[in-house]
Design a protein. Sequence first.
Length: 127
Amino acid sequence: MATTVLSEFKTGDKVIAVSALRRIPVGTKGTVIHTQGLTWPRYWVRFENGERLGTIDRSKLATAAEWELSLNPSTDVEVAVSPTGATVDAGAAVVEGSSVMESVNGIPGHLVERSRVARERWAAKKS
């Protein structure tokens, strides 16, 4: 199973709206013009239809690779969240980005994934 790693956008990154936003239809391309937030990253984006929108959550935006994955759901992809863009599973194939940032019971997804990988590694050592 391939692992997809969420990474934060930087100013100048090309993005695509994966959710309908105010005056922005799904699939509209844009460019990140400003990032803000320390614990909850949000983005200001200038879209191709001339609109400029701010305080957009990461889950509402995708890279071109993420957009292609969402159009082809037949691929078996596991989502791991990492704010630094680094994967915790070195053996898995990594595709930049994902469309959803998930948490379990308030614990960030990248920490849940890191724990799962550590448990598997520990179990492999014991056998």
